[in-house]
Design a binder for this molecule. Sequence first.
Ligand code: ZN
Length: 216
Amino acid sequence: MNIKKAIAALLITAALAAPLPAFAEISHADAERIWKKVASPTELTALPFFIKQDSVPNAWVTNGESVTVTTGLLSLLESESELYAVFAHEAGHVKLNHITKTRNRAAGLSVAAAILGHLFGGYAGGLAGTAVNAGANLAYSGYSREQEVEADDYAVLLAVQNGEDPVGMYEAISRLAKVNKTEPSGFNSHPPDDRRLLHIKNKILELKPDAKFPEQ
Ligand SMILES: [Zn+2]
């Protein structure tokens, strides 16, 4: 086992044991700076930005009124491009009018819950998302599968247009999927939605043919 693999094993062990590993956490200042990099080209700079102390990895835009990211997500993600992608995905839901198209109460829409719900087969249903997101005090109303794909594509395009690494989208979703496997949920028995990851990979390669992906 080489050092890289040993560290990866430690990371997985730490993720299983505690949702908040004490290393590699994106700082709060960096998180806000990264959000601003998304907010500027998407004209969402007026949205108040919040960091919530919560071990559940998550981020969401509340009815287009504010953007929130949990400390759990800042711990889970390992690069700036990954957090950029999550924010860009959320911005996509706002810019593509998904929030008004989706019948929802003024609660909250969760990117992680939606991603995980889709990965584990809970398309447009709140079951997977609600189970995953139980600790986040969010009412998950759910975007459609098509809206999630649109938001993924939006995030990839935004990254490419602004000189960010679009592979962050692929890595962020891969990471969220791995975490979900540690949740005591019946949905763990469902296979991850490889089609969605493949779609993201193809979209990235379409826009940036020389993109480098992590080893699987
Ligand atoms: Zn989404």
